[in-house]
Design a protein around this ligand. Sequence first.
Ligand SMILES: NC(=O)c1ccc[n+]([C@@H]2O[C@H](COP(=O)([O-])OP(=O)(O)OC[C@H]3O[C@@H](n4cnc5c(N)ncnc54)[C@H](OP(=O)(O)O)[C@@H]3O)[C@@H](O)[C@H]2O)c1
Length: 168
Amino acid sequence: MITISMVVAAAENNAIGKNNDLLWKLPNDLKFLKNITWGMPVLMGRITYDSLKGYTMPGRKILVLSRQPNLTLPHATVFAAFNDAVAWCEQHGYKELLVLGGGNVYETYLPLTHNIYLTRVHASFPDADAHFPPIPTNEFSLVKATKHDADAKHAYAYTFEHWQRNIA
Ligand SMILES: NC(=O)c1ccc[n+]([C@@H]2O[C@H](COP(=O)([O-])OP(=O)(O)OC[C@H]3O[C@@H](n4cnc5c(N)ncnc54)[C@H](OP(=O)(O)O)[C@@H]3O)[C@@H](O)[C@H]2O)c1
């Protein structure tokens, strides 16, 4: 069975985006995202795909969820259902699928997720319009956390957190 892992950067109030864009620029987080997704299939909702504005994510295989019939998108494979994307990964020999958002997709598929790679941004954005769901701490354990202070390139302090689903 394939491992489902979410990768997300979320503020203290779980904000992840506004007007289909990110709320911060954190170069180290983008590096982290690149490292963890390199060579892997990455699944995202169609709205998050649009937010890439044509960026092709070299070295990654982009999978997009959409309910629009017969939709085709440049540099991506479109699926009408999550299970179809999982089946595609299994057919292509992948052991892990990385789910990259956005809010709608995170919320729907958190119950199927084994790992959450959360960059917790130590700030709050009350006017955000996209959010990560609260992590059910009775279902997940924090297995690693590495804090970084704000600096000249990072306006906010942030912590790389790895949450793992508890084995039943
Ligand atoms: N901070 C972060 O780590 C992070 C990461 C990713 C995204 N974001 C932010 O999140 C925001 C976008 O999130 P969002 O919630 O608006 O949209 P989203 O989750 O990216 O995409 C939603 C779309 O995905 C498709 N979809 C969702 N569930 C589906 C299903 N079960 N089957 C088939 N298709 C499905 C539908 O596309 P159709 O309408 O085409 O049918 C739906 O409209 C942006 O602000 C973005 O910047 C932040």
